[in-house]
Design a protein around this ligand. Structure first.
Ligand code: G4P
Ligand code: NA
Ligand code: NA
Length: 191
Protein backbone atom coordinates (compact mmCIF):
# COMPACT_ATOMS: atom_id res chain seq x y z
CA UNK A 1 0.00 0.00 0.00
CA UNK A 2 1.87 2.98 -1.43
CA UNK A 3 0.34 5.76 0.70
CA UNK A 4 1.12 3.91 3.93
CA UNK A 5 4.60 2.94 2.84
CA UNK A 6 5.37 6.57 1.98
CA UNK A 7 4.13 7.68 5.40
CA UNK A 8 6.42 5.13 7.07
CA UNK A 9 9.37 6.39 5.01
CA UNK A 10 8.69 10.10 5.56
CA UNK A 11 7.39 10.12 9.16
CA UNK A 12 8.41 6.85 10.83
CA UNK A 13 11.18 7.10 13.42
CA UNK A 14 13.32 4.10 14.30
CA UNK A 15 13.93 3.86 18.04
CA UNK A 16 16.40 1.63 19.87
CA UNK A 17 15.08 -1.85 20.55
CA UNK A 18 13.65 -2.42 17.06
CA UNK A 19 10.70 -0.11 17.66
CA UNK A 20 9.17 1.98 14.89
CA UNK A 21 7.55 5.16 16.16
CA UNK A 22 4.57 6.19 14.03
CA UNK A 23 2.81 8.57 16.36
CA UNK A 24 2.27 11.28 13.70
CA UNK A 25 -0.22 9.17 11.68
CA UNK A 26 -1.17 5.94 13.49
CA UNK A 27 -0.52 5.77 17.24
CA UNK A 28 -1.22 9.27 18.56
CA UNK A 29 -2.09 11.81 15.89
CA UNK A 30 -4.07 9.93 13.26
CA UNK A 31 -4.41 10.66 9.55
CA UNK A 32 -8.08 10.11 8.66
CA UNK A 33 -7.50 9.93 4.90
CA UNK A 34 -4.86 7.26 5.44
CA UNK A 35 -7.23 5.41 7.81
CA UNK A 36 -9.96 5.48 5.17
CA UNK A 37 -7.56 4.00 2.61
CA UNK A 38 -6.55 1.33 5.11
CA UNK A 39 -10.21 0.37 5.57
CA UNK A 40 -10.73 0.18 1.80
CA UNK A 41 -7.60 -1.91 1.31
CA UNK A 42 -8.66 -4.44 3.97
CA UNK A 43 -12.14 -4.62 2.38
CA UNK A 44 -10.52 -5.40 -1.00
CA UNK A 45 -8.18 -8.02 0.44
CA UNK A 46 -10.90 -9.81 2.42
CA UNK A 47 -13.73 -9.29 -0.09
CA UNK A 48 -14.34 -13.04 -0.45
CA UNK A 49 -13.98 -13.90 3.26
CA UNK A 50 -17.62 -13.51 4.29
CA UNK A 51 -16.77 -11.22 7.20
CA UNK A 52 -19.63 -10.61 9.69
CA UNK A 53 -17.67 -8.86 12.48
CA UNK A 54 -14.39 -6.98 12.84
CA UNK A 55 -12.46 -7.53 16.10
CA UNK A 56 -9.54 -5.47 17.36
CA UNK A 57 -7.94 -4.48 20.68
CA UNK A 58 -7.85 -1.08 22.33
CA UNK A 59 -6.47 1.44 21.79
CA UNK A 60 -4.45 1.71 18.59
CA UNK A 61 -6.38 -0.99 16.76
CA UNK A 62 -9.65 0.91 16.98
CA UNK A 63 -9.02 3.43 14.18
CA UNK A 64 -8.04 0.94 11.47
CA UNK A 65 -10.69 -1.42 12.86
CA UNK A 66 -13.58 1.04 12.62
CA UNK A 67 -12.63 2.14 9.09
CA UNK A 68 -12.47 -1.48 7.97
CA UNK A 69 -15.82 -2.26 9.60
CA UNK A 70 -17.35 0.82 7.95
CA UNK A 71 -16.12 -0.23 4.50
CA UNK A 72 -17.27 -3.86 4.88
CA UNK A 73 -20.54 -2.80 6.51
CA UNK A 74 -20.34 -4.82 9.74
CA UNK A 75 -19.88 -3.92 13.44
CA UNK A 76 -16.50 -3.40 15.11
CA UNK A 77 -15.81 -4.91 18.53
CA UNK A 78 -12.70 -3.90 20.44
CA UNK A 79 -11.31 -6.16 23.14
CA UNK A 80 -10.66 -4.40 26.41
CA UNK A 81 -7.35 -4.73 28.22
CA UNK A 82 -8.86 -4.59 31.67
CA UNK A 83 -11.95 -6.12 33.08
CA UNK A 84 -14.43 -3.30 33.31
CA UNK A 85 -16.31 -2.99 36.59
CA UNK A 86 -19.41 -2.17 34.61
CA UNK A 87 -19.12 -5.39 32.60
CA UNK A 88 -21.69 -7.39 34.51
CA UNK A 89 -22.49 -9.76 31.66
CA UNK A 90 -20.48 -12.86 30.77
CA UNK A 91 -17.14 -12.20 29.12
CA UNK A 92 -14.57 -14.15 27.14
CA UNK A 93 -11.11 -13.75 28.72
CA UNK A 94 -7.71 -14.54 27.17
CA UNK A 95 -4.19 -13.69 28.25
CA UNK A 96 -1.67 -11.92 26.03
CA UNK A 97 1.93 -11.58 27.15
CA UNK A 98 3.50 -8.23 26.26
CA UNK A 99 7.22 -8.60 25.58
CA UNK A 100 7.67 -4.84 25.47
CA UNK A 101 6.07 -4.38 28.91
CA UNK A 102 7.11 -7.80 30.26
CA UNK A 103 3.71 -8.51 31.74
CA UNK A 104 0.66 -10.58 31.01
CA UNK A 105 -2.58 -8.80 30.27
CA UNK A 106 -6.06 -10.20 30.35
CA UNK A 107 -8.13 -9.07 27.40
CA UNK A 108 -11.89 -9.36 27.49
CA UNK A 109 -14.85 -9.32 25.11
CA UNK A 110 -18.50 -9.52 26.09
CA UNK A 111 -20.22 -12.75 25.02
CA UNK A 112 -23.03 -10.57 23.65
CA UNK A 113 -21.06 -9.52 20.59
CA UNK A 114 -19.56 -12.66 18.98
CA UNK A 115 -21.63 -15.76 18.25
CA UNK A 116 -21.33 -19.19 16.62
CA UNK A 117 -21.55 -18.70 12.85
CA UNK A 118 -19.77 -15.35 12.90
CA UNK A 119 -16.81 -14.92 10.56
CA UNK A 120 -14.52 -12.52 12.36
CA UNK A 121 -11.81 -10.38 10.76
CA UNK A 122 -9.10 -9.58 13.33
CA UNK A 123 -7.44 -6.17 12.75
CA UNK A 124 -4.49 -4.60 14.57
CA UNK A 125 -2.03 -1.77 14.04
CA UNK A 126 1.19 -3.75 14.65
CA UNK A 127 2.17 -7.39 14.47
CA UNK A 128 5.34 -8.22 16.39
CA UNK A 129 5.30 -11.39 18.47
CA UNK A 130 1.68 -12.12 17.68
CA UNK A 131 0.52 -12.29 21.28
CA UNK A 132 -2.38 -9.90 20.75
CA UNK A 133 -3.49 -11.51 17.46
CA UNK A 134 -3.40 -15.03 18.94
CA UNK A 135 -5.35 -13.90 22.02
CA UNK A 136 -8.01 -12.32 19.78
CA UNK A 137 -8.17 -15.50 17.66
CA UNK A 138 -8.65 -17.60 20.81
CA UNK A 139 -11.54 -15.36 21.85
CA UNK A 140 -13.16 -15.94 18.44
CA UNK A 141 -12.72 -19.69 18.95
CA UNK A 142 -14.17 -19.51 22.48
CA UNK A 143 -17.26 -17.92 20.93
CA UNK A 144 -17.63 -20.84 18.51
CA UNK A 145 -17.02 -18.45 15.60
CA UNK A 146 -14.45 -18.56 12.76
CA UNK A 147 -11.42 -16.35 12.17
CA UNK A 148 -12.06 -15.09 8.61
CA UNK A 149 -8.62 -13.50 8.48
CA UNK A 150 -6.09 -11.31 10.21
CA UNK A 151 -5.36 -7.82 8.85
CA UNK A 152 -2.32 -5.92 10.09
CA UNK A 153 -1.32 -2.34 9.26
CA UNK A 154 2.43 -2.73 9.97
CA UNK A 155 3.99 -6.19 10.18
CA UNK A 156 7.46 -6.53 11.69
CA UNK A 157 8.35 -9.58 9.63
CA UNK A 158 11.61 -10.08 11.51
CA UNK A 159 9.70 -10.86 14.72
CA UNK A 160 8.00 -14.25 15.12
CA UNK A 161 4.27 -13.33 14.96
CA UNK A 162 3.71 -13.43 11.19
CA UNK A 163 5.34 -16.83 10.70
CA UNK A 164 3.52 -18.27 13.72
CA UNK A 165 0.11 -17.08 12.50
CA UNK A 166 0.56 -18.34 8.93
CA UNK A 167 1.99 -21.57 10.34
CA UNK A 168 -1.29 -22.06 12.20
CA UNK A 169 -3.12 -21.63 8.88
CA UNK A 170 -4.50 -18.14 9.44
CA UNK A 171 -5.01 -15.95 6.40
CA UNK A 172 -2.73 -12.99 7.14
CA UNK A 173 -2.75 -9.75 5.14
CA UNK A 174 -0.29 -7.04 6.18
CA UNK A 175 -0.36 -3.64 4.45
CA UNK A 176 3.34 -3.00 4.94
CA UNK A 177 5.95 -5.59 5.89
CA UNK A 178 9.17 -4.53 7.56
CA UNK A 179 12.17 -6.81 7.22
CA UNK A 180 14.38 -4.94 9.63
CA UNK A 181 15.10 -1.68 11.44
CA UNK A 182 18.89 -1.82 11.50
CA UNK A 183 20.99 1.37 11.57
CA UNK A 184 17.95 3.59 12.07
CA UNK A 185 16.60 2.66 8.62
CA UNK A 186 13.37 0.92 7.65
CA UNK A 187 13.99 -2.07 5.37
CA UNK A 188 10.80 -3.25 3.67
CA UNK A 189 10.27 -6.99 3.22
CA UNK A 190 9.38 -6.68 -0.48
CA UNK A 191 12.33 -4.58 -1.61
P1 G4P B 1 2.44 -8.60 19.98
O1 G4P B 1 1.01 -8.44 20.32
O2 G4P B 1 2.64 -8.67 18.49
O3 G4P B 1 3.05 -9.77 20.69
O4 G4P B 1 3.16 -7.31 20.47
P2 G4P B 1 4.17 -6.89 21.62
O5 G4P B 1 3.74 -7.52 22.90
O6 G4P B 1 5.53 -7.14 21.11
O7 G4P B 1 3.88 -5.35 21.64
C1 G4P B 1 3.10 -4.73 22.61
C2 G4P B 1 2.57 -3.38 22.15
O8 G4P B 1 3.56 -2.69 21.36
C3 G4P B 1 1.36 -3.43 21.27
O9 G4P B 1 0.64 -2.27 21.48
C4 G4P B 1 1.97 -3.43 19.86
O10 G4P B 1 1.03 -2.99 18.90
C5 G4P B 1 3.08 -2.45 20.04
N1 G4P B 1 4.24 -2.56 19.15
C6 G4P B 1 5.04 -3.62 18.91
N2 G4P B 1 6.07 -3.27 18.11
C7 G4P B 1 5.90 -1.94 17.84
C8 G4P B 1 6.65 -0.99 17.09
O11 G4P B 1 7.69 -1.27 16.49
N3 G4P B 1 6.15 0.28 17.05
C9 G4P B 1 5.01 0.64 17.72
N4 G4P B 1 4.61 1.92 17.60
N5 G4P B 1 4.29 -0.22 18.46
C10 G4P B 1 4.74 -1.50 18.50
P3 G4P B 1 -0.02 -1.94 22.91
O12 G4P B 1 0.95 -1.25 23.78
O13 G4P B 1 -0.64 -3.20 23.44
O14 G4P B 1 -1.13 -1.02 22.65
P4 G4P B 1 -1.90 0.22 22.14
O15 G4P B 1 -0.87 1.17 21.57
O16 G4P B 1 -2.76 -0.34 21.07
O17 G4P B 1 -2.67 0.75 23.27
NA1 NA C 1 -2.05 -2.58 19.03
NA1 NA D 1 0.39 0.16 19.90
Amino acid sequence: MELLRNKVISEGIVLPGNVLKVDSFLNHQMDPVLMQEIGREFRRRFADAGVTRVLTIESSGIAPGIMTALEIGVPLIFARKQKSLTLTEDIFVETAYSYTKQQSNDITVSKKFIHPGDRVLVIDDFLANGEAAFALARIVQQAGAEVAGIGIVIEKSFQPGAALLTGEGYRLESLVRIAGLADGEVQFADD
